[in-house]
Each structure stands twice: as structure tokens, then as C-alpha cells.
Design a protein around this ligand. Structure first.
Ligand code: MN
Length: 205
């Protein structure tokens, strides 16, 4: 029995054109994300103590997992969580500026949206090799920009991501080749700030 499953994208694969191209979306969601889900299910299959655990519970307690499957859960559970969040915070034609309380918090922390965009983009470009850039929030509403390697994520460090950007080459190479900064700039046209704000409000106590 497969515990985790790949949900359909919340928009058509060509909906984010021209910023993220259709072929990349098809391969990224239909193959890469599917593979993380399949391999996560494979890793936890038959491990009784892990049945019924949520993805978040698995990733927040990696040290307590049986050693034989720890790396597989880290990579593939991380891959499933990260991509699930990524699809959720993307949208065609969303507001190009943060909305609600997260918008206020961004202005307060970084001075302006433009300054935040610059700092986030710098983190996304600075991540060497494959990984993710994140905006995380804590219970007091404090924001922080971080980046992680591979399919690691802030949950593994006890932090709550509210926005994430995949900077693996599979996320952008077909359209942008080696020009990661262009892909990062394009990402800012398709962020679903309403969802980011909802996530911010959930984390903030
Ligand atoms: Mn990816």
C-alpha cells in the first residue's frame, strides 16, 4: 500500500509560461516529483513504526528513524515535501507583491520588497549545486532567508518554510540552461503570495 501519493498540479502545465515552460513542468512534476514519492514509499514500506506518520513528522525526526532508511527518507521525503510546497506557492497571474501580514513583515525586516527580492535571489544564486532557497518564519513572526543542499529543507532544522524555490538544474535547465539568475528573476512573476501569507499566519502563533 502506497502511503504517500502525488497530487495533481493546481494549474495546467503550461499555465506558468513564459516564466516556467510547459515541458519543464511536465517532467518536473510528472517524473521528478513522482520518483521522490515512489522512493519514499519504497523506503518506509514494511517499517511498522512509521505507518501513519505525516511527512512533517518524518522530516522533523530524521535522527529517530532506523539508520537503514534515514538517508532515503531524507532525500525522497524531503523531495516530496519540497515539491509539494513549491507547486502550492506558484500561480499564474498572482499578485506580484506580497500581500497581507507577510507583506508587512517583509517590509519591516528587509526595508522594502525590492530589498527582500534582492536578498532572496542572492541566496538562490549562492546555493552551490543542487538545492533550495527558502523564506522561513518562526512563531514570533520573524522572517529569515536560508538555503539548503539537495532535498534538505528547513523542517529538518526545526524551522518552518513558507516559500521555497527549487534551484536544481532540472527545475530550469531546458529553458534557462546555465542562467540560474534569469530563472530566479522569472520565479518572482509566478509566486502565489496569498498562499505564502496563509502559511505565514499558520506559523505565527
Ligand atoms: Mn525539483
Amino acid at each position: 500500500m502506497a502511503t504517500f501519493k502525488l497530487e495533481p498540479l493546481p494549474f495546467a502545465t503550461d499555465a506558468l509560461e513564459p516564466y516556467i515552460d510547459q515541458q519543464t513542468m511536465e517532467i518536473h512534476h510528472g517524473r521528478h516529483h513522482q520518483t521522490y514519492v515512489d522512493k519514499l514509499n519504497e523506503a518506509i514500506e514494511g517499517v511498522d513504526e512509521l505507518q501513519g506518520k505525516s511527512l512533517e513528522e518524518l522530516l522533523q525526526n530524521l535522527d529517530n528513524l532506523p539508520e537503514a532508511i534515514r538517508t532515503a527518507v531524507r532525500n525522497n521525503g524531503g523531495g516530496h515535501y519540497n515539491h509539494r510546497l513549491f507547486w502550492e506557492i506558484l500561480t499564474p497571474g498572482g499578485p506580484n507583491q506580497p500581500t497581507g501580514e507577510v507583506g508587512e513583515a517583509i517590509k519591516e525586516k528587509y526595508g522594502s520588497f525590492e530589498a527582500f527580492q534582492k536578498a532572496f535571489s542572492a541566496a538562490a544564486v549562492a546555493r552551490f549545486g543542487s538545492g533550495w532557497a527558502w523564506l522561513v518564519a518562526d512563531e514570533s513572526g520573524e522572517l529569515e532567508i536560508v538555503h539548503t543542499p539537495n532535498q534538505d529543507n528547513p523542517l529538518m532544522e526545526g524551522k518552518q518554510p513558507i516559500l521555497g524555490l527549487d534551484v536544481w538544474e532540472h527545475a530550469y535547465y531546458l529553458k534557462y540552461q546555465n542562467k540560474r539568475p534569469d530563472y530566479v528573476a522569472a520565479f518572482f512573476h509566478v509566486i502565489n503570495w496569498d498562499v505564502v501569507n496563509e502559511k505565514y499566519l499558520q506559523v505565527k502563533a
